[in-house]
Design a protein around this ligand. Structure first.
Ligand code: NAD
Ligand code: MG
Length: 404
């Protein structure tokens, strides 16, 4: 390992992935140093993190929060500077002294700073899948042009990365999957908390039920996405871009135990899988130390207590969001950006009690139909599509079209 520590910016340090990342950093103080931490709310947590990791910068959303946090830090004798706003997020992601950026902001809000990190040629640890759903081609073009090192953190994509041929995973655009000897990607999905729940009770699902994932502990938005299986749909789109895969080279396999994190099927019939306890510190540590391996404190996988591994086909009638993601991918243009934006508005409304659980798919489908045919050429056109979809989604909600 190199003598000087790797300098990290953690975008979204107060969230589930951010906290797990700092847990790994704390185990290896000689290897990693924090340049910047960022968070939207949760100022108490940011204050504690700043005290523990002594970053050069902390970035928050608005000036009032920045002032409040700066006063507290100063009173505690901290040297950390507090910045705010979108431009500051991009600044700490692209700073010359930073080697690695953990992109762990949730939603489309994470796209610009993640793009800034890629443009600046950083090692990008990509948790924020929405960046690829919103701007997959553009983002991968930036990675290619700058020579950034892209390491997927999403557990499934991290698993696929681990079992793909090294040449393909590091330079996915040199050739297609088939030319690399790969037949298809088998993306596993737990099926979430409602895999076997009676369909006629879906309208009664509460936010508390939806965020209670059987195997993983995650932020609220991704937990709802997992319950609707929109998360798996977003991950299909994510895999398409990360691995230069055609949509028909990606199959979703429901695997309720979340032990096999995904698989790759080769031309000769071999299927390689990556397994482990469901703990995000494994893919996070993999990305941080790549190509070395470090111990992130994860409970070892005990196959005897797991006992069995089950696999089933996904039920698209039960989980229409997964179908919508495949449709958006097939439609091309800005359709996946539209789907992502509609889903973000729908999930926020569901969590606020303004939309039923089946309403998430109904709203997303209506917006996908209404805001169609938009191009995905550049960042501006993608942001326009994102904005148009959000507006259409809000109008749909205002009309009270609960549709279920
Ligand atoms: P989270 O809700 O726990 O944390 C989100 C972070 O983003 C927080 O630090 C929050 O302050 C920040 N944030 C929210 N809105 C913001 C805004 N408008 N501007 C700036 N910062 C903002 O989410 P999470 O579960 O940690 O997920 C983060 C990302 O990682 C998501 O894209 C998710 O899909 C992906 N991911 C998460 C997991 C997991 O296990 N949690 C697994 C795979 C992928
Ligand atoms: Mg995942």
């Amino acid at each position: 390992m190199s003598a000087s520590p790797r300098t990290l910016t953690v975008l979204g340090s107060t969230g589930s992935i951010g906290v797990s990342t700092l847990d790994v950093v704390a185990r290896y103080p000689e290897r990693y140093r924090i340049h910047a931490l960022t968070g939207a709310t949760q100022l108490d947590r940011l204050f504690e993190q700043a005290q523990a990791f002594r970053p050069r910068f902390v970035v928050v959303l608005d000036e009032a929060s920045a002032e409040q946090l700066a006063t507290r830090l100063k009173a505690a004798g901290s040297q950390t500077e507090v910045l705010c706003g979108e431009a500051a997020l991009e600044q700490v992601a692209a700073a010359p002294e930073v080697c690695t950026v953990m992109a762990a902001i949730v939603g489309a809000a994470g796209m610009k700073p993640t793009l800034a990190a890629a443009r600046a040629g950083k090692r990008v640890l990509l948790a924020n899948k929405e960046t690829l759903v919103l701007a997959g081609r553009l983002f991968m073009d930036e990675v290619k042009a700058s020579g950034a090192e892209l390491l997927p953190i999403d557990s499934e994509h991290n698993a696929i990365f681990q079992v793909l041929p090294r040449a393909h995973r590091e330079h996915p655009y040199a050739q297609g999957l088939r030319e690399s000897g790969v037949k298809r990607i088998l993306l596993t999905a737990s099926g979430g908390p409602f895999r076997t729940r009676a369909l006629d009770t879906f309208a009664a699902i509460t936010p508390a039920e939806a965020v209670k994932h059987p195997n993983w502990s995650m932020g609220r938005k991704i937990s709802v996405d997992s319950a609707s299986m929109m998360n798996k749909g977003l991950e299909v789109i994510e895999a398409r871009w990360l691995f230069n895969a055609q949509p028909d080279e990606i199959s979703v396999v429901v695997h309720p135990q979340s032990i096999v994190h995904s698989m790759v099927e080769y031309a000769d019939g071999s299927v390689l899988a990556q397994m482990g306890s469901p703990d995000m510190r494994t893919p996070i540590a993999y990305g941080m130390a790549y190509p070395e391996r470090i111990d992130p404190g994860v409970k070892p996988l005990d196959l005897f207590s797991v006992g069995r591994l089950d696999f089933e086909a996904p039920d698209l009638a039960r989980f229409p969001c997964l179908r919508l993601a495949f449709e958006a991918l097939a439609a091309g243009g800005a359709a996946t950006a539209v789907l992502n934006a509609a889903n973000e508005v729908a999930v926020a409304a569901f969590l606020d009690g303004r939309l039923s659980f089946p309403g998430i798919a109904a709203l997303s489908e209506a917006v996908l139909e209404q805001v169609s045919g938009l191009p995905a050429g550049d960042l501006e056109s993608l942001l326009l599509a994102d904005g148009a979809a959000r507006e259409a989604a809000r109008a749909w909600l205002a009309r009270g079209e609960r549709a279920c």
